[in-house]
Write a protein that binds this ligand. Sequence first.
Ligand code: FAD
Length: 492
Amino acid sequence: DKSLVWFRRDLRINDHAALYYALKQSRAVYCAFIFDTDILDPLLKDGVQRDRRVEFIHESVAELDAALRATGGGLIVRHAAAPEEIPALAKELGVTAVFAATDYEPQAIERDTAVAASLKQHGAVLLTCKDQVIFEKDEVLTQTGRPFSVFTPYKNAWMARLAAADGDFFLKPYPVDAYLSGLAPPPANVRHALPALAQMGFEKSNLQELRMPTGMSGAQQLLDDFIDRIGQYGSARDYPAIKGPSYLSVHLRFGTVSIRTLARTALQAMHAGPGAGGAGAAVWLSELTWRDFYFMILHHHPRVAQRAFKPEYDAIRWEQGEQAQEDFAAWCEGRTGYPLVDAAMLQINQSGYMHNRLRMVVASFLTKDLGIDWRWGERYFAQHLNDFDLSANNGGWQWAASSGCDAQPYFRIFNPVTQSERFDADGKFIRRYLPQLDKLPARRVHAPWTATPAELQTAGLKLGTDYPYPIVDHAQARQRTLERYAVVKKAE
Ligand code: FAD
């Protein structure tokens, strides 16, 4: 009759599956969030004291607590190892059920299995429900009942499932509002205060300087802003210098907005017709479907977290040794000599965000121009992306490395200069992050080494000093990559 909702990556109060089920089934519902030392301590051990995500969560948790208090509840916040703390808290509160949203990442599954086992010893249960995705696990399958491995037919089946008679069910918001009187405030004798960042060993990052909106209110602000330009999404999304995408990924990561709300928004715009922005909305919905797709792939093929989706790609021999280490450092620090690649890496380093087009460009550059194992890049993104999600990140990297399901064919190798000319024609994005190239004419800014001495002089640029020469020749790298990937061709 009393239960606990364990908030994890669903930091909101509205349209919340676990909260809804708990409120519907229990007389009194407590709410908790654990700053999990199993996740945070390794960061501190690596010397990371400023992590935008930790601060984003901290701010979002504060807003969630305030929202719960305003409706008669409140959040119990702890800084501890979740697998022990949740069962201990359940015992302290005398609850028999803990509700949480299903998590699909291998480590989270392990954690939840441990929590469930431990709760069981005290006669309590862990009840998980779908919340992060529209369709999970086996909900969208091929006609022969197998999981999809190609995106377009998956998307068609995904759309068809929504259009079916019971389709509305999957998009319907969980009407939490109607049951909020069941929320119980933290009992006075139960420790619940939100610890300060410093108490947990962290410092403020540059989140405020970036003016990155956090919490449910932040998600709403970004969504309102995006709805006005959703119609242009299809044509604007590929150009990093313009405000094309929604910037909602970090909010989807931490659940400050519900995926159902976003999918409904897209569908409404689509139904308004192509002229009213429906065409852009359809492209955006398709991106949200990619998100479901990669969650589904990770569920059916958890091995992709370590290995290639297509096993024959594990035979590829990546560059190793000192040169590879040096090249990797140059890539990480944005000094490859390819301006679009470098500007993109400065974007992630300074803000924790990287435009989707640029994620593809830098991932291709690392794997196919530098011949470095995609897992190195995947790990770097995991450390730096605010929106890091194992499923989408792994999917994106394996797409670029050609080892993934429905990936880019291995012989398709992005030319970093051509990509730059196409998607940042005036070099506006490049100049934002690399001011030393600001005065170069547009036709040179994509490849400064092609500038004449006179052009360099006019631009006040000394190559090799102000900006590096390219660390690799693209044409030669391309050749080496085709040879490297020959093992795959043989296997095919
Ligand atoms: P929008 O263009 O507004 O898209 C809306 C939402 O759709 C995104 O927030 C995201 O949830 C989803 N989405 C869009 N594109 C994709 C995609 N290709 N795959 C899966 N979901 C998608 N996305 C992450 O959320 N986390 C990651 O760790 C991540 N790593 C990536 C790594 C690589 C190498 C690549 C190529 C892509 C990666 N993506 C990742 C996908 C995509 O780049 C980001 O989702 C997007 O740039 C986020 O910005 P946005 O919210 O403004 O996107």
